[in-house]
Design a protein. Sequence first.
Length: 399
Amino acid sequence: MMQRRNFLKTSALSVGSLYTGLPALAHPADVPKDIKIKSVKGFVFQDGYDRGVYVRIEATDGTVGWGESSANGIRAVQAIINDLLAPQVVGQSPFDTEMLWEQMFWKNVDLGSGGVLTYAIAGVDCALWDLKGKLLGVPVHNLIGGKFRDRVPAYAGFRLRGGAVPVPEAIKQAVKLAEKGFKRLKIRAQIREYNINPKDDFCLKYYTAIRKELPDSVDLFLDPNEGYTGYRAIEIGKTLEGMGMKFYESPCPNENLEDLATVVDALTIPVMAGEKCYTRWMVESLIKIGKPDIINTDFIKSGGITEGLKICHVAGLYHKQIVPHNTKPMQGSAATMQILAAIPNCGPMVEYIEADLYKTICSVFDEGIQFQDGDMLLPKGNGLGLVINEKRAKALFGY
């Protein structure tokens, strides 16, 4: 018996020694215990379409992490970050991301369990993961499960502004994106719930005109931005399915998941939904009632990396793939790619917004997101992987 115990003890020590040189497997003794969060600050910038909400977290040793929130209602998101979330996070350990997320959410949930609150939490949470990865000297995907992939095919969307964009201009947008190397394009019709089932529906007109001008190698699909009830979504969807459309995004309002289910049942192409589902609970209800084929949650709307992983795991329970809604070209895209690298149920593509539309925001990065041969690449640096120039960021945000 004693010989067996000595053998097991010796073997365990030998095996353990094999892993001491691996930076991705941080030993508890390697996690700094004396580092705390010194400051949390939300910043906003807006100049027309070029806008953003960024969160800067500085640790007591001077290390800085950056995150991004969705840029809808930027002043409201900024106020929640600075007035409500920052006091709850300052003085805490940056490694306690799970506890801090629960605290930020449940202490403020009376504001609503989704939307502006989860937007704000996402920015703080992503900054915490960026900081944590930098402190440990590893990229975030190494901290959340490792790496399945280091690139994902990207698709680009272009706006119709509810039909206000002239057809020739829409064609020009689409052709330009195809020439840049995108193999899939999305028409963002922007009908929306307040103009549901428009009397003069323009989607077929645009789709037909744009499809004629694109190479056969480029897929084109439609996002009505939740602008149809079930019967109309089925009418449009079946017509476009007959024209070769391979995906259909957000056809019905998130408030009417029963209608969404009728669309899914009526079509043979994958239906995506979930952009406005901000928590794991909302996503589970979406799957059970609306039955979409693909979940297109937006990680900087739905609570950041901590909650984003839970959403991916809930989707995985039902064998649903994740194709993230992603309309921020740098730090938001970096957080999205860190998650997609580490999950088994990454879908066939990811949304990527062109940096050309965000020139001022993108100018603060020394190293940004890379787009190559139609794919968005996983950043290679520690944390979220990008490098923000503090001098230029300070000049832009004024901190």
